[in-house]
Ligand binder design. Sequence first.
Ligand code: ZN
Length: 99
Amino acid sequence: MNIQQFRHTIQHFVDDDPGYLRWLTRHPASFVLNTTRIPSAAYLMLHRANCWTITKLQPRATTFTGDYSKLCGDRDELEARARRLGGTAQACGHCLRSA
Ligand SMILES: [Zn+2]
């Protein structure tokens, strides 16, 4: 395994806000697929890693990685993951307006 392959492996953060926030700062140009705690087609929202909706806790939230978990990686691989889950990655209306 080389560094290139490692860099392009999707990371999944559950109950790990420190790990998630560290990943965000290291991969500002990557993407985050916000999904249910156990990833499923029920909720798949794709964001840029610098989107405010996934980098700042929402008013009633206490964690980023509790009821919802985060799949982090490149856009292509996250969209492929969403398809394997039987769904489609929805583009966030804030950071990824559909063209
Ligand atoms: Zn977003």
